[in-house]
Ligand binder design. Structure first.
Ligand code: PLP
Length: 401
């Protein structure tokens, strides 16, 4: 006997929930990749992709996941022996750095731990010490999906400017684009990477790199032809967009997702994620009074609006995930990068994904299920989180300034 029959909610931090218009758009017969509808549809994606990233500059599309977009950003701007600075606040910064290292790029990681954002004074000091300009790029993860820390990208640009440093600012927005406010041009970001399966609401399979002319001018002597963004952003032939066969069904799905986003508008999308996140935090604050339930990031200013990393005692995190999935039809994310993979303490960590196609009733369903699950697994916590979340949603100012 289980309570699980009914519509499920994949509340993990990617892949996110696929909207029905996106699924419907993808459920179709094969498309002609030589002429007709798909060509026009693809051309029409570019202005909307620029709007999502708040940029007037270039965008290249790839058939890949976020790791592919990482590699594309590195391959088009850096050469073996170049040095990159990587301020890390979780697993994904280390992952991008390891990929750079595997491409023979020299890496310098400044690790700020798992519970606090970048310390910009430390970064500024390092940049000022680089009098020879050895650092060619900063690999900056905006929201680290493992810890749910949100870093201050415009403030990083400000310290780069203050230090008079000319490195490229490259941002990983795989978890944040289409969720947290991000303004590529206004914030002085040179390269931005994202994947299709988080805020963009399309199944995994496409990666995107936005870049400006400064980044374009960094072109190394050799770029692998698959990752080369040159032909992809100014293609002579349709297939050059993708370095081969187009991801036909993903393109239809992406069109439907961008239609939803353009209709809602970026400012409203950001505000929706903010209000929903505040409701989640209010519930978590309540549950955490006098128990072991705790959000990983203490200061709301530094929390993502798309993912929340949580801590319980082991094994209660895993028990809670199991109860929520088996009894309530809500799948929570596993903890990632908080302890070594073979450490039994990993069973304390878990995450809520609240990115993309998520609304108030889904969040209330998530929180109600979690509160029921906390009761079911018998871990000490303070009830009443769901009521607090309802209060936040009911009293939120939904006029967007
Ligand atoms: C999901 C994610 C990645 C990796 O993306 P994949 O599609 O799994 O390769 C990288 N960085 C961040 C911040 C992410 O959230």
């Amino acid at each position: 006997m289980s309570l699980v029959q009914g519509r499920t909610y994949l509340a993990i931090p990617g892949p996110s929930v696929t909207p029905e218009p996106v699924m419907r758009a993808m459920a179709r017969a094969g498309a002609n990749i030589y002429e007709g509808e798909l060509i026009d549809l693809t051309n029409g994606l570019l202005p909307d992709l620029r709007e999502v990233a708040q940029t007037k500059h270039h965008v290249a599309m790839y058939i890949c996941n976020g790791h592919g977009a990482w590699e594309a950003a590195l391959a088009n701007t850096l050469s073996p022996g170049d040095l990159v600075l990587v301020p890390a606040t979780g697993r994904f910064a280390h992952g991008w750095a390891e990929m750079a290292e595997a491409l023979s790029i020299e890496i310098e990681v400044i690790d700020f731990g798992l519970r606090a954002p970048w310390d910009l004074d430390v970064i500024e000091e390092r940049l000022r010490a680089d009098t020879e300009g050895r650092i060619k790029a900063i690999l900056a993860v905006h929201v680290d999906t493992s810890t749910s820390i949100r870093n201050d990208v415009p403030a990083l640009r400000a310290v780069m400017n203050a230090a008079g440093h000319d490195a490229l600012l490259m941002a990983d927005c795989i978890a944040s684009l289409g969720c947290d406010r991000f303004e590529m041009d206004a914030w002085g970001v040179d390269v931005l990477v994202a994947g299709s399966q988080k805020g963009l609401m399309v199944p995994p399979g496409m990666g995107f790199v936005w870049f400006n002319d400064k980044a374009k001018a960094h072109r190394p002597e050799r770029v692998s032809s698959y990752w080369d963004w040159g032909p992809r952003h100014e293609p002579q032939w349709y297939y050059q967009y993708f370095g081969g066969t187009a991801p036909t069904h993903h393109l239809y799905g992406l069109r439907a997702a961008l239609d939803l986003m353009m209709e809602e508008g970026m400012v409203h999308i950001w505000r929706r994620h903010e209000v929903l996140a505040q409701a989640i935090w209010a519930a978590c604050d309540t549950w955490g009074q006098g128990g072991s339930f705790e959000m990983n990031v203490a200061d709301p200013k530094h929390r993502s609006h798309a993912v929340t990393s949580l801590r319980l005692e082991a094994p209660y995190g895993t028990k809670l995930r199991e109860w929520c999935e088996r009894q309530a039809g809500v799948t929570l994310g596993i903890g990632l990068g908080m302890v070594e993979p073979d450490d039994p303490a990993r069973h304390g960590f878990f995450r809520f994904g609240h990115m993309g196609h998520v609304n108030a009733h889904m969040v209330m369903g998530l929180l109600g299920s979690v509160e029921a699950g906390l009761t079911a697994i018998g871990v000490p916590f303070t009830p009443g989180g769901v009521a607090k979340a309802a209060e936040v949603l009911g009293s939120a100012d939904l006029g967007v300034s």
